[in-house]
Design a protein around this ligand. Structure first.
Ligand code: SAH
Ligand code: SF4
Length: 358
């Protein structure tokens, strides 16, 4: 299959123009159409000339955005299931934050892989297994598609991006980093690096790599349990990179970047919410500039062994953390009624397909 034009950054486009015998300034124009405007077809690029468009048509693909399913929550959060060229599908979730004095913030939670190989037991994506990495163009395409959708209803667009959809971003490192740089480009969407978040289940060596490469990004680690026994039970990655190794990488990251690290903690009733866990958390994060994000676990199906605590219980846990001097916040929950956790919509559509075939 020809390459997706959206996977090309400025240098790649310059190389392509050279190859096609076109002047260099064409690359800049092309970049603006593809990454600034997020066009869906070559026909939209009306200043490139018929000749070049015909040549491009032979070399690349520019798949239109195709929304297979959409779910809207009562709080305005919307989940999209997007089709990929090879028939696979990925999810992304639009979260609308409406602050005072009409300060709007639109955040898109994007996927980095089709499925995930990490197999976390509480996660719908993890339970479905791994299919493949997303290309740079497929990562970017999620934001471009939803921006187009937003434009149809208002002049708003995505201002923040979080890599918390399907997949483990640090295992698709090069493509994720390239996509981040294109999002940030002044002829692209100009999204500040500080407005992008990478969340990892804890691939220690890649955390060290990230520290060298991208210092301004918001960095989050999915912790969920503060001891190896419980963490290995629900996150198999912990057997490979146990807490001592993970925390060493995190401390290194902080030393190199000087940035605060967020730790995601999905609170599971009767599992990771005792005073003992608070003590262990305190020990683990001692001396670090850390922020704990608490979120009540979202049981992915009826058979899930994890129980969701009440809002009161989450707030109590947060209060105890704060009393011990640990910075934390209770994550504003979005889209719980539409299975906020990524991977669930894709799972449901696949199940329906299977039922339809049965
Ligand atoms: N693979 C990366 C990023 C994608 S998951 C990672 O694991 O960090 C994004 C976040 O959603 C992670 O913090 C993950 O642990 C959390 N998550 C997944 N399933 C969940 C569920 N059922 N309930 C609550 N949080 C969940
Ligand atoms: Fe993969 Fe993250 Fe889900 Fe774990 S929580 S299975 S790493 S997507």
């Amino acid at each position: 299959m020809a390459e997706n034009l959206r996977s090309l950054d400025k240098q790649d486009m310059e190389a392509l123009m050279l190859q096609l015998g076109e002047p260099k300034f064409r690359a800049k124009q092309l970049f603006g159409w593809v990454h600034g405007k997020g066009v869906e077809s070559l026909a939209e690029m009306h200043n490139l000339g018929k000749n070049l468009l015909a040549k491009l048509e032979q070399e690349i693909t520019l798949p239109p955005y195709e929304v297979l399913a959409r779910q809207q929550s009562v709080d305005g959060t919307e989940k999209f299931l997007l089709a990929l060229e090879d028939g696979q599908a990925i999810e992304c979730v639009l979260m609308r934050y409406r602050g005072d004095n009409s300060k709007h913030r639109n955040t898109l939670c994007v996927s980095s892989q089709v499925g995930c190989a990490m197999g976390c037991t509480f996660c719908a994506t993890g339970q479905g297994g791994f299919v493949r990495n997303l290309s740079v163009g497929e990562i970017l395409g999620q934001v471009y598609a939803v921006n187009r959708y937003l434009q149809d209803e208002s002049d708003e667009r995505i201002g923040n991006i979080v890599f918390m959809g399907m997949g483990e971003p640090l295992l698709n490192f090069d493509n994720v980093l390239k996509a981040i740089n294109i999002f940030n480009d002044e002829e692209g969407l100009q999204i500040g690096i500080r407005r992008m978040t990478i969340s990892t289940c804890g691939i220690a060596p890649q955390i060290e790599r990230l520290a060298e490469q991208e210092k301004e990004i918001v960095f989050a680690v999915s912790l969920h349990a503060p001891n190896d026994e419980q963490r290995s039970e629900m996150m198999p990655v912990n057997k490979r990179y146990p807490l001592a190794v993970l925390m060493k990488a995190c401390r290194h990251y902080q030393k190199v970047t000087g940035k605060r690290i967020s730790f995601e903690y999905a609170l599971m009733k009767g599992f990771n919410d005792s005073d003992k866990h608070i003590q262990q958390l305190q020990q683990l994060l001692q001396g670090m500039d850390a922020h704990i994000n608490l979120i009540p676990v979202n049981p992915v199906d009826d058979g899930s062994p994890y129980r969701r605590p009440s809002r009161r219980e989450v707030l109590d846990f947060a209060g105890k953390l704060k009393a011990r001097g640990l910075a934390c916040s209770v994550r504003e929950e979005k889209g719980t009624d539409i299975d906020g956790a990524c991977g669930q919509l894709r799972g449901k559509v696949q199940q329906k397909k299977r039922e339809g075939q049965a």
